[in-house]
Write a new protein. Structure first.
Length: 193
């Protein structure tokens, strides 16, 4: 929207709440640690989506047993709890040995290349931006916001990574919303003059 405004809209400021920016460099490695109960779901969902979109076999990343289940699990009729229950607690148990060997050795894979390609770091915000995060978030690592802020700041953006305290993913959003609303309200009078 900053580079191609639509219908006369202009971005005056933006905010992210516990947002992932670098799936290949931070998000995926963090999910592989398995600290979030949704880690396997996150990896399965994105691998399943990417396999379809990029026309690559899902079982090149996800073990065949789980790969065969994913189209049924992601059919819109299963909620997160049902999907989590069908997948292993530790994401590495769901991934193929070949993929894990390549990942652990730092070799390129189609999946990691697509994660990098879809990074949200290849732009420089022009309007002020605030990246809110919780210190205890195991779903989206706090480092996502801190690293993105450092990168955007080095490029000249008016950016701040804002910790909302020792809270998890959902808690960080609940605490951040009033803060970002107050910030937007501070900016509103300046926008009307």
């Amino acid at each position: 929207l900053e580079t191609q405004p639509r219908d006369g809209l202009r971005v005056r400021a933006s905010a992210s709440l516990a947002g992932p920016f670098d799936l290949a460099g931070i998000g995926f490695p963090s999910a592989l640690e398995g600290r979030s109960r949704f880690a396997s779901l996150y990896i399965a969902w994105i691998a399943n989506s990417y396999a379809r979109i990029y026309g690559t076999p899902l079982d090149s990343v996800i073990r065949e047993h789980y790969a065969n289940q994913l189209s049924k699990l992601f059919d819109g009729a299963h909620d997160g709890d049902a999907i989590v229950a069908a997948l292993p607690t530790q994401p590495r148990d769901m991934l193929t040995p070949g993929f894990l060997a390549d990942y652990d050795a730092g070799r390129e894979t189609w999946f990691l290349a697509r994660l990098a390609e879809n990074s949200l770091l290849d732009w420089t915000p022009r309007a002020p931006i605030r990246l809110y995060y919780g210190e205890a978030d195991v779903d989206v690592a706090p480092e996502e916001a801190r690293a993105a802020a450092a990168l955007f700041g080095a490029r000249g953006s008016d950016v701040r990574a804002i910790s909302v305290g020792d809270v998890d993913h959902e808690g960080s959003v609940l605490i951040a919303v009033p803060q970002l609303r107050a910030w937007f309200d501070e900016l509103a009078p300046a926008a009307t003059h």
